[in-house]
Design a protein around this ligand. Structure first.
Ligand SMILES: Cc1ncc(COP(=O)(O)O)c(C=O)c1O
Length: 289
């Protein structure tokens, strides 16, 4: 988009440089990147980024569309760093999975500057803005989140999930990292330093992991009754985002299932064998499902 510039995530020096000309109206950032593969920034990143924005006269804009509303073990992900946004963006879970709704939260002062004049007051009007059904669903979602203390459940079950996965997948030759916060967890698949193929055919292992491993693992999980997805910008990261209501026994089941699925693929050879075998069967059926 014209007038927008990318800044590498988690890189404060790059942000400082980008803000130096004091020309940036806003800096938009996810507290933890979702589609890129549950990328958690270095500790203190958000707080310092906010300070840099404040100094440069740039609005600090947090996109909590994925991380907000309990997903990372607190109502909002920024709370982990004790910082605050000038503008906070919410959507997705705000509608309680049944209604489409997004919200932009800001201060009265900023809202007034953006929309507080006769020629600008309806700049972002749409047919469905303020949709009554969606607003009721959002209010009920917020009520349930608070009444059932779901952020706390996300923190507790998320810890169980992260620890369980880290312990069961430790030393796996194709698991590079298990990371995340609360019930926002990613398993990065790819070449580690152990195993002959990983050491001697690293680019090939990397390519196979990116192109098929995440999707294949998600398919195998689906066959066990568990829905998960690879990250859309990094297919080698398998994302696990259980419902915030998930129970302890269900987290055990997820950890067991992931360990079973990934346990079958200690190297790329069995993975390629299974994937090509399945593709062969599909081909024979004329690609019918
Ligand atoms: C971080 C983030 N922000 C914004 C959006 C857009 O959300 P919506 O489709 O609800 O507008 C997405 C969608 O995936 C997202 O992941």
């Amino acid at each position: 988009m014209e007038g927008c510039h990318r800044v590498p995530f988690g890189d404060l020096a790059a942000l400082e440089k980008a803000l130096a000309p004091r020309r940036a109206a806003g800096f938009v950032v996810e507290p933890i990147q979702g589609e890129r593969g549950v990328v958690v920034p270095p500790e203190g990143y958000l707080r310092k980024a906010q300070e840099l924005c404040l100094r440069a006269g740039t609005l600090f804009i947090l996109d909590e569309v994925q991380t907000g509303l309990g997903r990372t073990g607190a109502m909002f992900s920024y709370q982990a760093e004790e910082c605050a946004a000038d503008i906070l963006i919410l959507a997705k879970s705000l509608g309680g999975s049944i209604a489409p709704i997004g919200a932009t939260l800001t201060t009265r002062k900023i809202h007034h500057r953006a929309y507080g004049a006769m020629d600008r007051f309806d700049l972002h009007g749409t047919t469905f803005s303020g949709n009554a059904f969606s607003c009721v669903a959002a209010l009920e979602t917020l009520r349930i989140l608070a009444d059932e203390n779901l952020a706390a459940n996300s923190a507790a079950r998320g810890k169980q999930l992260l620890e369980g996965l880290r312990s069961r997948l430790a030393g796996h030759p194709l698991v590079r990292e298990v990371r995340g916060r609360g019930l926002f967890v990613g398993i990065e698949l790819g070449a580690t330093d152990s195993g002959w193929m990983n050491r001697h055919a690293r680019p090939l292992v990397k390519k196979i992991s990116k192109s098929v491993f995440g999707q294949w693992a998600a398919l195998k999980m689906l066959e066990k009754g568990i829905i998960c997805q690879p990250a859309s910008h990094n297919w080698n990261v398998l994302r696990l985002e259980p419902p915030l209501t998930v129970k302890e026994a269900e987290v055990h089941q997820v950890v067991d299932s992931v360990a079973e699925v990934l346990g079958e693929y200690q190297g790329v050879a069995p993975l390629l064998k299974d994937v090509t075998g399945r593709l062969g069967k599909q081909f024979a059926k004329g690609w019918a499902f």
